[in-house]
Design a protein around this ligand. Structure first.
Ligand code: MLT
Length: 208
């Protein structure tokens, strides 16, 4: 169990038959601002939006890093386990057990979402990862991810999420059984209309 009352998060109830949107902010973001993504991509869905519990110079993050794109992989693994436990406990607390769930993550939030799905697919198996990358450095701790679907949207010129790392993510996840859909568009780190359109098409194709 995690202490839900001491883990800052937002919960917004939604339609009974809609999948739950798990929104995960980027570095320096928070649970409030990122929850707007659910309104765009999954209108009507209940929203579960926790805050990353690592602080980097006062900025909220999901796991520690040594530098931009250089992650503390042990911390990634540990924090992904904590997020998986949060999801399990929040599902029970808010009456969402058994409901389909899709994570909508941006940047650092995309990276923790991907890490959680690749390590705990029984808890999270659908992820929209916007401007994310491979979260495990030079390691491969990924479990059997048959049944996991990831949507990855990235810019061609994104120094924070370089395309070779995204391709590595695609390759490793595929090797372990996950299904990957990618959008590669012009530009850098951020969320573009093309990302949103691609994500909506992918979400509509899911049999949640
Ligand atoms: C990360 O640290 O997860 C990525 O470099 C992106 C970010 O700065 O949040």
């Amino acid at each position: 169990m995690v202490e839900l009352e001491t883990w800052p998060h937002l919960f917004v109830p939604g339609d009974d038959d809609a999948p739950v949107a798990l929104t995960l902010h980027g570095t320096g973001g928070n649970e409030e601002e990122v929850s707007a993504l659910a309104g765009v991509l999954m209108p009507g869905s209940p929203i579960l939006s926790p805050r990353g519990r690592v602080s980097e110079g006062g900025m909220n993050r999901w796991f520690r890093r040594m530098g931009e794109g250089v992650f503390d992989v042990d911390d990634v693994i540990q924090r992904a386990a904590e997020l998986a436990q949060f999801i399990t406990d929040a599902r029970e607390h808010y009456g969402l057990t058994g409901r389909a769930m899709v994570a909508l993550g941006f940047s650092n939030g995309a990276n923790i979402a991907t890490a959680t799905a690749l390590l705990h697919p029984e808890v999270l198996n659908r992820v929209v990862a916007l401007s994310g990358m491979y979260p495990f450095g030079d390691r491969d701790p990924v479990v059997n991810t048959t049944g996991v679907s990831l949507f990855l949207a990235n810019g061609t010129h994104d120094p924070m999420a370089p395309l070779p790392s995204v391709t590595h993510l695609e390759n490793v996840a595929t090797e372990h059984g996950a299904a990957i859909t990618r959008v590669v568009r012009a530009g850098g780190h951020g969320i573009t209309q093309e990302d949103v359109t691609g994500a909506m098409t992918w979400l509509a194709s899911l049999s949640t």
